[in-house]
Design a protein around this ligand. Structure first.
Ligand code: APR
Length: 223
């Protein structure tokens, strides 16, 4: 069976990484306009680097949880699995998932705003870091900010459309285009989340609860 999976911050919540819109989520502590937009970065690159340096440090301290592990196990089984994530952490990879599609970029990667070179980010990035390729001091986290185009959208749309089953896990479905992917699904649809998301009505099936309980049980049914 072809399965397309979209994960959000909720799958990493039990690994200790903050979500965005839950109570005490990241966007309750930071103004996303300051730390997650190109305009915010242009205004204050130091604040933005400090924000992502702190998230990178959290990510290194965190460990994949049973939900990440279950999806990695699923990918090693008989099904054709495409794992798309809105998350910028590397917990899917560290759980063993191959070929993770990071539509919002990756915390552990850096990009040059001048020449578009990409490289593995150091733990601490600084506005004065020169780009390793063009040496201009315009390095930034390789994160897709609000107002920027998510990565790999054609491949993602193709995978969701072709899937026999589209599953969204741990996302509030508040941010597009990710929240609109369910409209492209032609097969069965399943939402796995702590509570109904903003697009719950677009899914035929739902399983509500903690990702570390629900996802391993769901994967076990498929093996
Ligand atoms: N198990 C399952 N679901 C959970 C858990 C958990 N342990 N904890 C939280 N959730 C659910 C919440 O109910 C919520 O619906 O995860 C969802 C997290 O929603 P958001 O915080 O909005 O995160 P996400 O949907 O990934 O945000 C999408 O917004 O800010 C941008 O780029 C950012 O990728 C992010 C995008």
């Amino acid at each position: 069976m072809r399965i397309a999976i979209l994960t959000g911050a909720g799958i990493s919540a039990e690994s200790g990484l903050g979500t965005f819109r839950d109570q005490d989520g990241l966007w309750t502590k930071y103004d996303l306009n300051d730390v997650a937009t190109p305009q915010g970065f242009a205004r204050n690159p130091r604040l933005v680097h400090d924000f992502y340096n702190a998230r990178r440090a959290n990510c290194v301290q965190a460990a994949p949880n049973a939900a990440h592990q279950a999806l990695a196990d699923l990918a090693s089984g008989p099904h054709d699995v495409t794992l798309i994530t809105q998350n910028v952490d590397d917990l899917h990879e560290r759980a063993g998932s191959p070929a993770v599609v990071h539509m919002h970029g990756e915390l552990m990667r850096a990009v040059c705003a001048s020449c578009d070179a990409r490289w593995d980010a150091p733990l601490e990035m600084d506005p004065k870091d020169p780009c390793p390729a063009c040496h201009v001091q315009t390095t930034r986290p390789d994160i897709v900010w609000f107002g920027e185009m998510p990565y790999m959208m054609d491949d993602i749309a193709q995978a969701v459309t072709a899937a026999d089953l589209f599953v969204a896990i741990g996302t509030s479905a508040e941010v597009y285009p990710a929240a609109g992917l369910v409209e492209l699904a032609r097969g069965d649809t399943l939402e796995i989340n702590l509570e109904p998301s903003a697009r719950a009505n677009a899914f035929e099936n739902h399983r509500f609860g903690l990702a570390t309980d629900i996802v391993p049980a769901w994967v076990a049914e498929l093996r």
